[in-house]
Design a protein around this ligand. Sequence first.
Ligand code: WQD
Length: 342
Amino acid sequence: MASVLVTGGMGFIGSHTVISLYENGFDVVIADNLINSKTEVLNRLEQITGKRFKFYKVDCCDKEALRKVFEENEIDSVIHFAGLKAVGESVRMPLEYYSNNINSMLTVVELMNEYKVRKLVFSSSATVYGESEDVPFTEESPLGMCTNPYGWTKWMLEQVLRDCAKAYPDLKVCLLRYFNPVGAHESGLIGEDPKGIPNNLFPYISKVAAGTLEQLTVFGDDYDTPDGTCLRDYIHVCDLADGHVKALNFVATHDDSVSVFNLGTGKGTSVKEAVAAFEKACGHEIKHVFGARRPGDIPVCYASTDKARKELGFEAKRTIEEMCSSCWNWQTKNPDGLPSDS
Ligand code: WQD
């Protein structure tokens, strides 16, 4: 049976996408080196779907190890999530980010060529747009003003894939530029489970709401925005997952060698609004103070969703309230995150 290979399929977005793929009739094989996830995710995916997914613990930079996946399965398409993705960490560890994120993608494309796998969906990011006054960002907005090595790896890999699609005429690539994925599956069995102190807003707020962290520091309330705090396009991770199913169907039914889509809601939500929405979801105050701006932050970032709606048939459905309530449900059911691998 033809399968979709989901690299990084045990991660936050990857695991939610595995569920959407399965619910849409796809057979899924997962490859993940567990650097940012835990084996327990496989049990949770089975609890949610009833299916024990085929899982290979493998580093996508290790070509001979990854070859096994292509040898043992009839891989028909790939969704490539595997990669390091913490902006701040990438500034501290540029070599690891360039080496891991670039080499893992190159290895996957080499094996796709060898095994005649022609369809690829790539997990890119709105970070490739960099800072701009001209918002919302469309797929034609200027690229390459990245503010960190993580963003540069996404920008470089988009170029690598464009060149590969030119050189290998049968290869079809869909680049998905995510905005800010948040929330969790309605079961509360899987969700965002960062190691250590969270860098991102929602997991941080969630831990303050749970009392695990003392208070939230809002990084700057003096921006040129309606309430002084930064605007972001938060998109429910389950909407994002559904967008990948649409993208896979798009590459299977269209001749475009390269297609690019923003996956966002088209709405900017401020940090203050996010805090207020989360307070409603959890039923109590989220202690927060206002601190200095965080280097590298841009004031406003949200998506134009026209192209994804018209060409991909994708539209985010879930509200910021559902993002908060599903995040809180995950948090309360898993106060310490998933059990670590022994
Ligand atoms: C959102 C807003 C912060 C934490 C990053 C990556 C992006 C994607 C999502 C991978 C900002 C403010 C945050 C805190 C705060 N990742 N904030 N206090 O930076 O928009 O995007 O994560 O694809 O590529 O760039 O997300 O959640 O870190 O920040 O005030 O403790 O919340 O200043 O305005 P960001 P974020």
